[in-house]
Design a binder for this molecule. Structure first.
Ligand SMILES: *Cc1c(COP(=O)(O)O)cnc(C)c1O
Length: 519
């Protein structure tokens, strides 16, 4: 009999699942095989009894649908079961450890959820008269106040709906400021270690991207920045702490050099979790920086869910910030929707005011932590990452010497000659019950494995994770490749062809017969 770590018998055999007997239903134990909803239902049936509406006049002027769209008709219990089973297959921060680097997948306190669901905040509509939403506007003003306080920056725009959207906001403000002074520069400097969204943002705004190499120690090469500066450089986009999990110690020198050359300084603040309460970005010469409320200020995220990426601005860039924003007038709070005379705002980014539900969660998070609590967030996030780094450094190969900030970065040198790749290693972690770390990013590190534990994990969880990682590293070195090649064995789905999924995405379901014909 196979025993688990606690010495209790387990039915999880060492035999890979694909060598176990098939079941008639396709289910395994109480884990149900789940078909697509289109395969369960069909449009000949419906789960509700509606009266036949007969023929009727439409007022759509010829735009009405000509063919049925084949929505599957299911009964309520069938529908509930389908989505409940799907939700049970979803691995998330509420099911276990999620050390995905550069994502800050930390626990979202339930208090935030409770507050966000208060009817007075959850049930309001963006088109309601302002006099009826004074409390919501007050909340936005309070959130703006705390974001400015925590960053030491004089202005903030709340409306961007993700980190990448915040980058767009900041670079559009930089462009507006440069155009206002008649100096439409063409180049944005982006370090090699940047998050992929940085060069994408610069290119989307019409800039040429010039990469700046990293030093061997994983920092931005200051000499290379200085050499690249010139009259055509609009600015730099720099991440701090950077995607190697390191603090850019030369950031002030870089900011000064960029300003001297007439450029502006965008800082990617997605990793603010590592420095909140410890560093004031306002002291670093930054002109614009986004914060990911869904990372640092704990809103559930991932899987394309809602994000919120407020941008803080320096005095120089504040006049170009987007609309709308909350202003206080003698009649109360007011959302300024349109430019006033002499307003240099570049316009608006979103239809309304941004992600209200996330503002509520973020403010609840800040107020419940207090300033000492927020500082401890950064301290514990850095402590946890360094614990992992030091406990794994003799088993895996750290990409850089010394301590890290919020995430520990390893390369694949320890796997050399084992026949196991970073990808195989990550898949074997799934069998161990852990969401894999970020892999092959940042690009400047060979076979990168980027682990961000966050502050909300207990030492017990970290120890269990460390034990698994050590065991996997040892297994790879011992030539025990069957644990890796073809992994995951215990997940509902075996290893998928990830290249095919990217190259030939199947975005629309069609009956299997039609699919076969298409192939
Ligand atoms: C997450 C992240 C982003 C992008 O944020 P989104 O909210 O996913 O758009 C940008 N830069 C860095 C360094 C990040 O970690």
């Amino acid at each position: 009999m196979v025993m688990n770590r606690q010495g209790r018998p387990t039915s999880v055999e060492t035999v890979p699942t694909d060598q176990r007997p098939d079941t008639t239903s396709g289910h395994r134990g109480l884990v149900h095989e789940e078909a697509l909803i289109f395969e369960i239902g069909d449009n000949a049936h419906t789960g509700v009894d509606l009266e036949d509406i007969g023929t009727f006049e439409t007022s759509l002027g010829g735009l009405e649908r000509k063919e049925p769209i084949n929505l599957p008709g299911l009964s309520e219990p069938q529908t509930v079961r389908h989505y409940t089973r799907l939700s049970q297959k979803n691995y998330g921060i509420d099911s276990g450890f999620f050390p995905l680097g550069s994502c800050t997948m930390k626990h979202n306190p339930r208090l935030n959820e409770k507050v966000a669901r208060l009817p007075g905040l959850a049930d309001i509509h963006p088109l309601q008269p302002e006099s009826t939403v004074q409390g919501a506007l007050q909340l936005m003003e309070d959130l703006a106040h705390w974001l400015m306080t925590l960053t030491g920056m004089p202005a903030v725009s709340l409306s961007p709906k993700a980190g990448a959207h915040g980058e767009l906001c900041g670079i559009m403000a930089i462009r507006a400021a440069l155009e206002a002074r008649g100096d439409a520069r063409k180049v944005i400097l982006v370090p090699d270690s940047a998050h992929g969204t940085n060069p994408a943002t610069a290119a989307f705004c019409g800039y040429a991207v010039k990469s700046i190499p990293a030093t061997k120690a994983g920092h931005v090469n200051v000499a290379a920045v200085k050499a690249a500066l010139g009259p055509d450089v609009a600015g730099i986009m720099l991440t701090n702490p950077n995607t190697c999990g390191l603090f850019e110690r030369d950031i002030i020198e870089i900011a000064d050099a960029v300003h001297e050359a007439g450029g502006l300084f965008y800082c990617d603040g997605a990793n603010f979790n590592a420095i909140v309460g410890r560093v004031l970005p306002g002291d670093l010469g930054i002109d614009a920086m986004h914060l990911n409320l869904h990372k640092t200020f704990s809103t559930p995220h991932g899987g394309g869910g809602p994000g919120s990426g407020p941008v803080v601005f320096s005095e120089a860039l504040a006049p170009y910030a987007p609309l709308p924003y909350v202003v206080r007038t003698k009649d109360g709070l007011h959302l300024r929707e349109h430019p006033e005379k002499d307003d240099a705002s570049f316009g608006r980014l979103v239809a309304f005011h941004g992600q209200m539900g996330m503002y509520v969660r973020a403010l609840a998070y800040m107020l419940s932590h207090g300033s000492d609590g927020l500082r401890q967030v950064a301290d514990d996030a850095v402590l946890n990452a360094n614990y992992i780094l030091s406990e794994l450094k003799d088993f895996m190969t750290p990409a850089f010497e010394g301590r890290c900030m919020h995430e520990a970065l390893f390369d694949d040198r320890f796997l050399k000659g084992t026949g196991v790749t970073t990808l195989d290693f990550a898949k074997a972690m799934i069998d161990e019950g852990f969401h894999p770390m970020t892999m092959y990013f940042p690009l400047v590190v060979q076979g990168a494995m980027l682990i961000e534990p966050t502050e909300t994990e207990s030492k017990a969880t970290l120890d269990q994770f460390i034990a698994s990682m050590r065991a996997l590293a040892a297994a790879a070195k011992d030539g025990d490749t069957h644990r890796f090649l073809g992994a995951p064995f215990y997940a509902p789905w075996k290893r998928l062809d990830e290249t095919k999924a990217a190259r030939q995405p199947v975005l629309k379901w069609s009956p299997p017969a039609a699919q076969e014909a298409a192939e």
